[in-house]
Structures are given as C-alpha cells and as structure tokens.
Design a binder for this molecule. Sequence first.
Ligand SMILES: Cc1ncc(COP(=O)(O)O)c(C=O)c1O
Length: 372
Amino acid sequence: MRPSPDRIERLPEQYFTTLLARVLAAGDDVIDVGRGNPDVPPPPHVIEALVESSSDPAIHGYPPFAGLRVTKQAIADRYASVYGVELDPEREVAFLPGTTTALVELALVLAQRGDRILLPDPGYPDYNSAVALAGAERVALPLGKDGRPDWEGAPRERVAAVYLNYPANPSAVAAPPGVFGEAVAFAHETGAAIVHDFAYGDLVFDGRRPESFLAEAGAREVGVEMFSLSKSYGMAGWRLGFVVGNTEIVARLNLVQEHARSGVFVPLQRAAVAALTGPQETVEERRALYERRRDRVLESIPGARCEGTFFVWFPLPDGLTFERLLDEHRVAVAPGEGFGEQGRGFARISLATQDEALDEGLVRLRRAFAAE
Ligand SMILES: Cc1ncc(COP(=O)(O)O)c(C=O)c1O
C-alpha cells in the first residue's frame, strides 16, 4: 500500500479517544467526571417511534438522500416555535447523521486547501479534525473571559470560515451580547462564512433564553447553524443533527450527502420527527437537571463558571494537573489544554454524570484542592 495521504497524516490526536483510554487505563476506582456523554435516555415516545417505524417491512430501503420532507419540516417548525426563526425546509435545512459529521463536512464544502479557518480557543477539539481533513490552516480565535472572540487580532486574508459555539464547550459561556452581529460584520468584511455550533442550544441556565445565530439580521446571508439531537434529547448514540441557514452552503452539504452518505435510515428520521415535534417537557426537565447539578459543582469548586451546556469550566490550582488528579486523587476531569492554548491551567467537569458519581467526584476534587 502507498503511504497514507497527507489529509490523514495531518489529523491531530483525537483528544477524547486518547483521554478515555488514559482514564480507563488508570483503573476501576477512578471517578470520571470529565466525559460529556448524556446520562439520561431519550423520551419514551421517541424510542416508540423508532420501534414502530422499523417494524414496517417496507421501510428498510435507501432513504431519500437529502432527508424526508417531514423531517425537514419538523426542523423548520421547531426553529420557528423555539427560536423564532423561519426556515424554508427544502432550501435552508440539511439533515445529517450528527453534528460531528456536519462540522467536518462544513470545512470540506467551505475551504480550499491552504485557506484559513478560525476556531474558538478554548474550543471543541473536533473542529481541528475538520480543518485537517479539509487541508486548511487552523487559526486560533482567542475568546475573552466573557466568551467574546478577539476579532481585532484575527487575520482578514483568506479566511474561509469562522466556527463559533454558544453556549460554549468547554468554557460554558452563553453568547455574549452582540457577538452574532459582530460575526456577521466580520463575514462581510472578510468574505468568511460563519458556522455557529448550537449543539447545546437548549441548555442555558439562570433564566437565559436560547439564542440562535439565525435570529441575527443578515446571519443567513453569511452562515449556517448546526444543531444536534444528542444533547437536547439524550440521543447521542443515534447520530442525528442538522445544519440550517445559508442556501448555498445547505446545497453543497446535500450534494456531499448524495455522493458520500446516501442519507439517514428512515425510522431514525421518524424518531427525529417525534423528538422535534412531540411533547417538549423532557427538554426542560433535562435542562433543569443539569442546572441543579451545575449549582452543586459551583458550590464546591472555586472559580468555576457555567452559564450553559452540560459542562463546568474551572481553573486548576497551581501545580495541580490532570495527571495528579487522576493518579493521586483518583478523579478524572477533561484537561483544559486539549481545548486550545487558552485552556492551559483549566479543566472541565461534565454534568452528564450520574448524581452519585458527581458527588463523589466533587468530594475528591475538594480534597485535592485542600491538599495543595
Ligand atoms: C460543541 C460540540 N459540537 C458538536 C458536538 C457533536 O455532537 P453530535 O453528537 O451531534 O455529533 C459536540 C459533542 O460533544 C459538542 O460538544
């Protein structure tokens, strides 16, 4: 076989795979409070929709590549009712197998080789993989304390896309006021596309309202928003998500879909429709559960913050590292440096951790802090 192509060679270490292997190798007595895997199952009516649809013998053929009309309509209806954003289901919605797929494909359909893509720092590590696969150049976009990007310091030339993410993983900030307007202005100035990752859109706390990028004037002329069923409905393993907004970008994603993926299994789409259009109480119950856990973490960890997502971001006391927490105190967090240079000295706790484990993790973290 010939050597692997450079797009493979350029892929960074997969942060979460490496982290999980390190934590598992440390032994069974470790409490893992770093991992963001939703711990509450999807609503029963969603599972019923999957079972019922998949028991139809005629349903197992290829799906329509770009998604069922009813799926895209359900997405448009939810965006209208929850975020006040009207969407054309045929031209402004691309239905995809998860946001991870979306964030990689967006880099592929937006950037030429050598173009720049600006990524929030700290930010979600999988964006780096997207940039590598597209053969683009990653440029860090440092976020201030309030989560606002350093637009002044950003390059203006050859910027194909800017990825943003509010509420933000890992820093857990909600969108700072005016940030979407600033993003639209930056896009007009530079020609960059804006990609807003709204994976935690519904998970905001302290009475905040979810804020869609597409509610900003002019947003859909310059960009798109990604949404995931993983977090709002506890459906991470189902791999369901979508991209909404700019018609040209949506068309390019649908073209890739025709060439590379052949769509999403119809019973999964029926279940997605059930999730998006059925009773929404569980979304609020889930949000409230994470908020209660968030409160317990904030009481325990000095300097911790969280306005949304299911993560809490906090500064590690001097000299206390991820390794020492794991090896000496038997508690695993997600180390901040994996999220970018600005994450150095910080760590992330996941609220998608069962109450008992979370409480024990907090006991161990407090003990570790006291021993410093
Ligand atoms: C910020 C962010 N974006 C995207 C994703 C991927 O979500 P999905 O399950 O839809 O692939 C995650 C998952 O943890 C995330 O934290």
